[in-house]
Design a protein around this ligand. Structure first.
Ligand code: PLP
Length: 359
């Protein structure tokens, strides 16, 4: 605290990202990062861009990331002017709050969801109302029928991993034509259906994606918004009033190369999905209740053991999972899907902890 702080800073509750541990060989299942390195083409593209002497770094990058947008447009069968690119989807979300979600009616989002949303709402002074998930953490589209200044949902939801079918998303978008519906698809490639298929029919739909999870590029910070050119124009207007070069040269070529290697992408998504199913079975066998997930994470609770205690016991073994001290979910663990070997280490540690447990 300081008297030099602005009022907004005094009032803020900043988002807390998953810990980046300093342990030598952590089993890091706390930030939904991909356990595999990216496509080798990504590394080649970065080396090529850098060259021997780093000559290209002298110059500013393309402020519109046109090559990347064209490549991603071709991948999704849409047009480059339907795509906005930002420094991670967190930044794309931040610009979306300012450009499209700040109106005189409240923004709606679920009570249990990505914890960055209320933080952005505070930062940008966007009025919001949370809509409760049901007891099985399902979203009911009918609950979003109230007048609003926008609707924001992740699909699959975070931190639960629970997906909504595309038909439900379409029902929401079709009924809510007076404001923008934003679908945050950070985890969509692990088993949900993308709303990009609806773009041509709904000018009020904005879909947000990232290369951080399914494309193993969390370290590069690249995210997208897909929508009607009028929505993209709003985002560009805010971007060009804030930071006109959000994506550096290396990030642009890395993300482009990732979209040029579809075989790598499909293969590794399938691997993570297979590991998720094995891990879910392993946790269930240990007595956990596991929420059905279409993401690279599992949200699970155990009747017999306190979640915060389990986090500490795992941490002692350099195994990191995520825990939220929030109402309704403080007995759950959010476990990112690692390699099969990492998942086995986690399951063995849990067996060990349970056998010696003193509550
Ligand atoms: C991880 C995540 C993001 C942020 O992704 P970045 O592109 O790395 O900023 C956004 N939304 C949800 C729901 C996420 O889980």
């Amino acid at each position: 605290m300081s008297r030099y702080w602005s009022d907004v800073v005094h009032r803020l509750t900043p988002y807390v990202p998953g810990e980046q541990p300093v342990a030598t060989h952590p089993v890091k299942l706390n930030a939904n990062e991909n356990p595999y390195p990216p496509s080798p083409r990504v590394v080649e593209a970065i080396r090529r861009e850098l060259g021997e002497a780093g000559e290209s770094l002298r110059r500013y990058p393309d402020p519109t990331a046109l090559k990347l947008r064209e490549t991603v447009a071709a991948h999704h069968g849409i047009r480059a002017e339907q795509i906005f690119v930002g420094n991670g989807s967190d930044e794309v979300l931040a610009l979306t709050f300012q450009a499209l979600l700040k109106h005189d009616k409240p923004l709606l989002f679920p009570d249990i969801t990505y914890s960055f949303y209320p933080t952005y709402a505070q930062l940008f002074e966007v009025e919001y109302k949370t809509i409760p998930l049901d007891d099985s953490f399902a979203i009911h589209i009918g609950d979003y029928a109230t007048p609003n200044g926008g609707v924001l949902l992740p699909n699959p939801n975070a931190p639960t991993g629970r997906p909504l079918p595309l038909a439900e998303i379409e029902r929401l978008v079709a009924r809510n034509t007076d404001s923008v519906v934003v679908i945050d698809e950070a985890y969509v490639d692990f088993g949900a259906e993308s709303a990009i298929a609806l773009l041509d029919r709904y000018p009020n739909l904005l879909v947000i994606q990232t290369v951080s999870k399914a494309r193993s590029l969390a370290g590069m910070r690249v995210g997208f918004a897909f929508g009607h050119p009028a929505l993209i124009d709003a985002l560009n207007r805010v971007k060009d009033s804030f930071n006109s070069y959000p994506l550096d040269r290396l990030a642009q070529v890395a993300a482009t190369a990732s979209y040029e290697d579809d075989a790598w992408f499909r293969d590794h998504c399938a691997k993570v999905i297979a590991s998720r199913e094995r891990l879910a079975a392993g946790l269930t066998a240990l007595g956990f209740e596991v929420v059905p997930s279409a993401a690279n994470l599992l949200f699970a609770r155990h009747e017999g053991y306190d979640a915060a205690t389990l986090v500490l016991r795992l941490r002692e073994r350099e195994i990191f999972v995520r825990h939220f001290k929030a109402p309704r979910i403080d007995q759950h663990l959010r476990i990112s899907v690692g390699t099969d070997a990492e998942c086995e280490i986690l399951l063995a540690a849990l067996r060990d902890i349970f056998s010696a447990y003193i509550g």
